[in-house]
Ligand binder design. Structure first.
Ligand code: VGL
Ligand code: ZN
Length: 291
């Protein structure tokens, strides 16, 4: 890791970091590592996932969604994030992910089940719409319908001042687990733009469901280039196996899975894990190569 980092900043590859190289290193790497600009991203802490139609307590892991609320409140009270974002799953009535809408769109010929056989939590394949490839779609109970109680953020959740709300899954034909892009990567929300506006470097991600929308959001955050941390004890999910896969993917891609008690020293730049410095160096290297 150290050698890779050295080589990235030794731009002329003469095995010496000269003054110009050090200037770049200082401006673009050391500064950010020592003083990260942070955002807390609270994913889908909405009634339907906690006690409504898609309560995750009915899912295989048997988790209780409301348990994310105390650690999230504590995070908000104990830290000064440069930005706090709440994402909301925000579907129209005719959304493609609802089991009771399965008859509204033609299934693709490669789909192994018919619409009469399809049950909740099954995955089907719909014909292409809006010139996307035929897409796999997991069928969920009707949930988070726009402007209904089920789509509201839980009443015990603290809403930070100047918080940014991000709505996703608003296109009837496309599901969107990530708070950045929809599942076909055809359209994006305002999230990345809002983060860039504030020069955010580090994302702390928490919420529901760990292995669905938290997982997809963390994956895209890492792809875009953010130093990404999942706050493990402030997430609850659907399936233990998929939660493990989410953690593995994050760690394998130079992100971190942390406990909420670690956030304070990380967000203030007192704790500086090498892997996050490494992640930023890799992103800078990509930008240098593009020039
Ligand atoms: C979610 C299933 C369907 C989530 C959203 O927020 O994790 N899960 N839509
Ligand atoms: Zn949804």
């Amino acid at each position: 890791m150290l050698n890779t980092i050295f080589t990235i900043f030794d731009t002329n590859k003469d095995h010496v970091i000269d003054k110009e190289e050090f200037r770049f290193c200082w401006q673009k790497w050391i500064k950010q590592v020592v003083r990260p600009v942070t955002a807390l991203l609270v994913v889908d802490v909405q009634n339907d996932f906690i006690s409504g139609s898609l309560a995750i307590s009915n899912c295989p892991a048997g988790h209780h969604g409301e348990e994310v609320i105390p650690p999230i409140i504590h995070l908000l009270e104990d830290n000064r994030f440069d930005m706090v974002v709440y994402s909301l799953d925000w579907h129209p009535e005719d959304h493609v992910s609802f089991i009771d809408n399965v008859r509204d769109r033609p299934l693709h010929e490669t789909c192994k089940i018919t619409c009469d056989e399809a049950q909740v939590y099954d995955t089907v394949i719909f014909d292409s719409v809006n010139d996307c490839k035929p897409t796999e779609q997991k069928l969920w109970p009707r949930h988070c319908v726009q402007n209904t109680w089920g789509a509201e953020l839980h009443q015990d959740l603290k809403i930070a001042e100047d918080a940014v709300l991000v709505y996703k899954g608003t296109d009837p034909d496309t599901d969107s687990y990530s708070a950045f892009w929809d599942n076909n990567k055809k359209s994006h929300t305002s999230l990345n733009e809002e983060l860039q506006k504030r020069n955010i470097t580090d994302l702390f991600i928490c919420g529901i469901a760990y292995d669905v929308c938290v997982a997809a959001t963390a994956k895209h955050a890492i792809e875009i280039g953010y130093r990404t941390m999942i706050v493990d004890d402030a997430c609850r999910g659907v399936s233990e196996k998929d939660i493990e896969a989410t953690k593995d993917h994050t760690i394998a891609n130079n992100g971190l899975v942390i406990h909420s008690s670690q956030v304070k020293s990380l967000a203030s730049g007192r704790d500086r894990p090498p892997v996050l410095a490494y992640k930023l160096a890799l992103e800078l290297s990509k930008k240098l190569k593009k020039k």
